[in-house]
Ligand binder design. Structure first.
Ligand code: SF4
Ligand code: FES
Length: 254
């Protein structure tokens, strides 16, 4: 039995011409939106409507539309990726909303993520943090050790795998009142710190990544835990504790 319904909605959307422009909320009406459609499909319908009216469509980031790429960074009704837990915006469906609702749609807000246009932000600060330590050294000279031949404790393998599910979406930063990137950095450090392959750079990885994190203008972590609640991949705060240990042991090893 189908529970399909159509919704008439008021959208309040952040419009900003470019990085330097001031930006403001604009109001749009969309009608006959199926509850079966995804949030991004609803945005596509809005854009079609704007194009047909000769207006500029709303710029927003998206790519995979299946919760993998981490680009669909929308702040919806005051929540990163909108209502629902452990989902990205592209996994959000219109059935979460009611006919007649007003929906507020904004970009991530953080100094380290400047708005490029409308709902698109520049998250290359994450790339620069990764370049500072989000890698391992592997001997590729022809006598490489098969990764599967290295025994790894199951509990560590599982935790490393969980940390590696971070998609770099930035919801943790957008949610944090300090715009801290600690959950992201902790996931990226943990995925290596838990494995033998990650030990070569272990003395400096956390130190180097945290240094760039601070330089990029992310705030300090004050342990509110909001990041964990909004993370679409359920990255645990346990990783932040591990990052702190790695950072400290790195300063001792220096
Ligand atoms: S830790 Fe979670 S919220 Fe933060 S970037 Fe990774 S997946 Fe996104
Ligand atoms: S579009 Fe790729 S995670 Fe949403």
């Amino acid at each position: 039995m189908s529970t399909h319904k159509n919704l008439n909605l008021t959208l309040k959307v952040w419009r900003q011409k470019d990085q330097k422009a001031k930006g403001n909320m604009e109001t749009y009406q969309v009608s006959d939106i199926s509850t079966d459609s995804s949030f991004l499909e609803m945005m596509d319908i809005l854009n079609e409507q704007l194009i047909n009216e000769g207006k500029e469509p709303v710029a927003f980031d998206h790519d995979c539309r299946e919760g993998i790429c981490g680009t669909c960074s929308l702040y919806i009704n005051g929540e990163a990726h909108g209502p629902g837990r452990e989902i990205t915006t592209c996994q959000l469906h219109m059935r979460e909303f009611n006919d007649g609702d007003t929906i507020y749609i904004e970009p991530w807000r953080a100094n380290a993520f400047p708005v490029i246009k409308d709902l698109m932000v520049d998250r290359t600060a994450f790339d620069r943090i990764m370049a500072a330590g989000g890698f391992i050294s592997v001997n590729t000279s022809g006598n490489t050790v098969d990764a599967n031949a290295i025994p790894i404790e199951k509990a560590n393998a599982d935790k490393a795998m969980d940390a590696a599910t971070c998609i770099g979406c930035g919801a943790c930063v957008a949610t944090c009142k300090n715009s801290s990137a600690m959950l992201f950095v902790s996931a990226k450090v943990s995925q290596f710190a838990l494995l033998p392959q990650g030990q070569v750079e272990s003395a400096e990885r956390a130190q180097n990544m945290v240094k760039v994190m601070d330089e990029e203008g992310f705030g300090n972590c004050s342990n509110t835990g909001a990041c964990e609640v909004e993370c679409p991949k359920g990255i645990s705060l346990e990783n932040i504790a591990r990052l702190n240990r790695e950072y400290l042991s790195g300063s001792v090893k220096k």
